[in-house]
Design a protein around this ligand. Structure first.
Ligand code: ZN
Length: 241
């Protein structure tokens, strides 16, 4: 069984279509989605429809949560706030009902999926550091958990002796360790590579690898401008440090 693990689509349809096409060319059996389907990007309805058509396990992200009217938008960065206000207006009732029914985390066979730290996924805590990963992994009951949220692809490995971080290289998982894997973001990468990122999880070989996919960034940017989104959301799609 080969999974394509996708996350943080952020209403970027051009990026999502490119990743789905690339995943199919890698002979995957099933998609798994870690949430943040909407928010920031210009095509939330189209992305909800396409993700629904994949008929795959999905969890909700913080942007999906805010987009259906939950949470206090005034606590967010002004750019996120204005994009979510716009997204709330664009989504119809059916889209919102579907997003509102998504779980915060769920098991998929022998692994777990969660948008944020799986210890308390409804709080949407980030896993940026080895110590944050260690805290989550010490309580993790399954060998592998996939998380999104940071938009940065990586892999944390935990054994009795140590917790470590690696990134990017295909990795055969050890049966004596536990792992937290972030596939990176489809719709708004934040690791100085503007291409979309996702992960392949080959269960039969117990191997994780990461893929980068080019998409029509300029088209997404022109759609963002037409929606009168903050300019920083447009420039962020092509900015590297
Ligand atoms: Zn996100």
């Amino acid at each position: 069984m080969k999974f394509a693990v996708i996350s943080d689509i952020h209403a970027n349809l051009q990026a999502l279509e490119a990743v789905i096409s690339d995943a199919h060319s890698n002979d995957i059996d099933q998609f798994v989605c870690l949430g943040d389907i909407v928010g920031y990007g210009p095509q939330p309805r189209e992305c909800v429809e396409l993700i629904r058509s994949l008929d795959c396990p999905i969890v909700r992200g913080n942007h999906d949560y805010y987009a259906v009217g939950r949470g206090d938008l005034t606590t967010l960065h002004p750019d996120a706030q204005s994009s979510l206000e716009w997204t709330r207006d664009v989504l119809d009732d059916q889209d919102k009902e579907w997003l509102a029914a998504l779980p915060f985390s769920r098991r998929v066979g022998r692994f777990l999926i969660s948008h944020a730290t799986p210890r308390r996924p409804n709080l949407f805590g980030y896993i940026h550091t080895v110590s944050q990963a260690r805290e989550a992994l010490q309580n993790q009951k399954v060998p592998v958990c996939f998380v999104g949220h940071t938009h940065i692809p990586n892999l944390f490995k935990h054994t009795e002796d140590a917790t470590s971080e690696s990134c990017g290289k295909p990795t055969i998982l050890s049966s004596t360790a536990r792992y937290l894997c972030n596939p990176g973001a489809i719709g708004q990468p934040r690791d100085n590579d503007i291409r979309s990122s996702y992960a392949l999880y080959d269960r039969s070989r117990n191997m994780i690898s990461w893929k980068r996919v080019e998409y029509d960034v300029e088209k997404t940017q022109s759609l963002l401008k037409r929606c009168h989104m903050p300019a920083s959301l447009t420039s962020r799609l092509t900015s590297v440090a």
